[in-house]
Design a protein around this ligand. Structure first.
Ligand code: NAD
Length: 375
């Protein structure tokens, strides 16, 4: 079985889908690995590191020739995959809802597309969950990006020239990214508060030493929610949430927003009027900016300025920590494929009736077959 690892084409994508560690592990299983030259350059991995690990390093054509599985971070151009084997798999973060046309093109090209972000949230698949591995790093980096754009220090400092007060950080959306943002802001010495619509997060917020700020008058989502995911909230809930945010946000220096709803635009959590109540020099980091943004006025790929407040809208935040993000992503891919390694066949076999396979497989036999896309 030949695995081909592509150099990413997308602008600002610094990650790579395999590391020397996972190359060695794939080879130990019995696979052959080809890596496109320069694939790891932006993640501090040289071509020599890959060849030392046992991979062949060459052109894109060499990498794809006779490949059974193509590994990438973002979905490669379907036309570029023609050199791979007929029915080859492509395992990557495919943005199936946002880029449906490309999924259709994979089907038309006879490629079997495996969307890593559709990994079901079951215990068995935890080590394969790319959303978790990448969001965790994004949550950490969001706090550093806030600090870098903030003209004040985070911790309280008592100096001979007087005291600097601790920064107040408010985290909105306490999933994987939000939890890491809370932990990171706390480590930097900030006073942290956080909110979510899922009631299970209250205890998680408090266990990290932050203050939980919740809508009390209207019921949110009980417990974890389905698969840990939120849904759109009622009009009544949203009105109460807006009131809550209005009362809280004026006293905050930094706001990190991470709220997402799978398959939907990100919920709007901060309006321009609310933003205007913040003190000049405050910083908001909107991690949901590429899904439409949680903050009015956020612009993907830019730092927007409104009412003296900086709204940081960096794209692809995990890629800003390319070495670690690649290491974790590559392990997610290895954990997924190796779980289905068939010793006798000497290759990965994906059973049609497996929950994980049904979750991630988008196309097969020239058709789009994934339930979430057909629904
Ligand atoms: P996500 O990225 O989809 O959303 C981020 C957060 O935003 C979520 O906590 C969500 O509840 C919140 N949110 C959505 N709408 C909101 C609104 N209007 N106002 C405020 N907050 C809003 O979520 P995620 O980080 O991918 O994961 C969420 C949870 O899933 C995790 O906390 C975890 O418990 C669970 N999880 C389980 C597994 C598993 O394998 N069992 C793996 C990963 C995560």
């Amino acid at each position: 079985m030949k695995l081909g690892v592509l150099k990413e084409d997308a602008a600002d994508e610094r990650r790579v889908a395999a590391t020397p560690e996972t190359v060695k592990k794939f080879i130990a299983l019995g696979a052959e690995v080809a890596v496109e030259a320069g694939a790891g350059a932006n993640a501090s991995i040289s071509d020599g590191d890959y060849s030392d690990a046992g991979a062949s390093v060459g052109s894109r054509a060499d990498t794809l020739r006779n490949a059974d599985v193509v590994l990438a971070v973002q979905g490669p151009d379907p036309a570029a995959l023609a050199a791979a084997n007929k029915g080859a798999w492509v395992a990557a973060i495919l943005n199936p809802f946002g880029d449906r046309a490309r999924v259709d093109a994979y089907a038309a090209a006879g490629v079997e597309a495996l969307a890593m972000e559709f990994m079901p949230r079951i215990t068995r698949a935890q080590s394969m969950d790319v959303l978790s591995s990448q969001s965790n790093l994004a949550g950490y980096k969001a706090v550093l990006d806030a600090a870098a754009n903030f003209g004040r220090a985070f911790p309280m400092m008592m100096t001979a020239a007087g005291t600097i007060p601790a920064t107040r950080v408010f985290v909105m959306g306490v999933g994987v990214a939000g939890l890491q943002a809370i932990a990171t802001a706390r480590r930097l010495g900030a006073i942290v508060s956080a909110t979510d619509v899922r009631s299970a997060t209250r205890e998680q917020i408090e266990s990290l030493g932050a203050k939980a700020i919740f809508v009390e008058e209207v019921k949110g989502i009980e417990g974890e929610g389905a698969g840990g995911y939120a849904t759109e909230m009622s009009e009544e809930y949203r009105a109460k949430q807006a009131e809550l945010v209005s009362g809280h946000i004026a006293k905050q220096d930094i706001v990190i927003t991470t709220a997402l709803i799978p398959g939907r635009p990100a919920p709007r959590l901060i309006s321009d009027a609310q933003l205007a109540t913040m003190r000049a020099g405050s910083v908001i980091v909107d991690l949901a900016v590429e899904q439409g943004g949680n903050v009015e006025g956020a612009v993907a790929g830019e730092i927007a300025e409104r009412h003296g407040v900086a709204i940081v809208g960096y794209r692809n935040v995990p890629s800003r920590l390319a070495a670690d993000a690649s290491a974790l992503y590559a392990r997610n891919l290895y954990n997924f494929l190796s779980a289905f390694w068939d010793k006798e066949a000497g290759k990965v076999v994906l059973p049609d009736d497996d929950e994980i396979v049904k979750g991630v497989r988008l196309t097969q036999g020239g058709k789009v077959i994934n339930e979430r896309l057909l629904a």
